[in-house]
Design a protein around this ligand. Structure first.
Ligand SMILES: [Zn+2]
Ligand SMILES: [Zn+2]
Length: 430
């Protein structure tokens, strides 16, 4: 069988750099991995491993570029005898380590600098602070180089000599026997923990660690309209890397306290506004809360409980909007029926009912007709049932066919629930 071109196998250009080769190998290897029931492919995986073995090695690659497959004959170990199924359960990185030795994963642990760890900080802000943005000072404790020893870990004035175990390399080779034969694995030197150095006298301040945890203040500028749960990155805000490595990053997670009045849904703010019985009937104007303070809102006459009114541009500023665009405020109007009407109020309501020709009780005829109907039903062998109110029947039906929008709306209303319950006398008609 004619051998395929290695570049073609890896799906890369002839001038691909080491990173591109590695990346392409990882991606394709993941696909062909035996753990993938659909795309796992033993022959293709071995072909890929062989191509990678050659092209990832500068010398072998140069040979291959000049003489083709003939140039690297015998230079690859050949993967034909490898039991493909034994890869199952191993990640790609493990397999790379097994084949190509440790240290493939990254160049850390070679006694050289290591990047510092990223840190996380949970920052709680108030509702309005998230809406309009704010600045916060936070204090974190992070690793930094020890000042007296400048991060070396050696007591100032004492000498540092190369580690004798690893000759200052920070790593040693370890021969491993495994199912595909012998392989050499590179591990961190156990004598010097990868530093490559032997410290004669450890620094008193950091006990030879070269680093110490220190409290540092950071100013965090939170932009207007930030979403709860957002993650902000402060570059180089994390731990200092060991042995002169760069700082890691600091991630600030924004947590937003809930508000009693406002419920936020992206750029939209919802409030629940109780209005009086008279206001609902007659209409009028009233001041309602907004994130900008109280604002007048016109209530149309004859408004029904549950109606929503939109107050434009009183919502959350659009995140990162240069033109200062804002969302809207949605007012959920709830008619607050008089709870304990006074005698005078009762008289007025009674008068209203009379004017509208409303019957507030069942008439004798209505009751008699209903009872007669129940008796007829019972006689027909059907169970007499309590009358089902028309409105609740309708409600149940509507609930069954709820749209997503309705469900969302309801959850917002649930959140607004506490606010709605009027406090004693707060929305009194008088
Ligand atoms: Zn060593
Ligand atoms: Zn020190």
């Amino acid at each position: 069988m004619a051998k395929r071109d290695y570049y073609e196998v890896l799906g890369i250009a002839k001038n691909a750099n080491a990173d591109e080769i590695k990346k392409s190998f990882r991606n394709t290897a993941r696909k062909l991995h035996p753990d993938n029931k659909d795309s796992g492919d033993e022959a293709a995986f071995k072909e890929l491993a062989e191509a990678y073995e050659v092209l990832s090695d500068e010398k072998k690659r140069a040979q291959y570029d000049r003489y083709g497959h003939a140039g690297v004959q015998g230079a690859t170990r050949g993967f034909d005898n490898v039991d493909f199924s034994s890869f199952a359960g191993f990640g790609i990185d493990d397999i790379i380590d097994m084949f190509f030795g440790g240290g493939m994963r990254s160049n850390a642990r070679r006694g050289g600098p290591e990047a510092g760890a990223n840190l996380k900080y949970d920052l709680q802000v108030e509702f309005l602070e998230a809406v309009f943005g704010c600045e916060k000072k936070i204090t974190i404790r992070r690793l930094e180089d020890c000042e007296p020893c400048s991060g070396s870990g050696a007591q100032p004035g004492t000498t540092v000599t190369p580690c004798t175990t690893c000759a200052g390399m920070g790593q040693v080779q370890q021969v491993m026997n495994s199912w595909f034969g012998q392989s050499v694995r590179v591990i961190e030197c156990p004598s010097c923990q990868g530093t490559g150095q032997k410290i004669e006298k450890p620094c008193k301040d950091c006990h030879g660690e070269g680093q110490q945890r220190k409290a540092r203040d950071f100013d965090v500028k939170i932009p207007a309209g930030i979403e709860p749960g957002a993650r902000m990155r402060l570059t180089s805000g994390g731990d200092k890397g060991r042995r002169g490595g760069p700082f890691g990053d600091l991630y600030v997670i924004i947590h937003v306290r809930e508000d009693k009045t406002f419920v936020r849904d992206g750029e939209t703010i919802h409030i629940r506004q109780p209005i009086s019985f008279s206001m609902a009937g007659l209409g009028g104007e009233m001041l309602v809360p907004s994130v900008d303070g109280k604002r007048p809102l016109r209530i149309p006459a004859g408004i029904q409980s549950g109606t929503t009114l939109v107050m434009r541009d009183l919502g959350v500023p659009r995140f990162n909007s240069p033109v200062g665009k804002r969302g809207d405020q949605i007012v959920h109007v709830i008619v607050d029926t008089p709870r304990k009407p006074s005698d005078e109020e009762r008289a007025l309501l009674q008068q209203l009912a009379t004017v509208r020709g409303e019957n507030l009780d069942l008439t004798k005829e209505e009751r008699d007709a209903w009872e007669a109907e129940q008796e007829k039903l019972a006689a027909n062998g059907k169970e007499a049932k309590a009358p089902v109110e028309k409105s609740s029947k309708k409600g149940a039906k509507a609930k069954a066919g709820k749209s997503d929008e309705q469900v969302k709306e309801e959850s917002i209303l649930d959140k607004l629930g506490d606010f709605f319950r009027p406090k004693n006398g707060e929305h009194d008609d008088k």
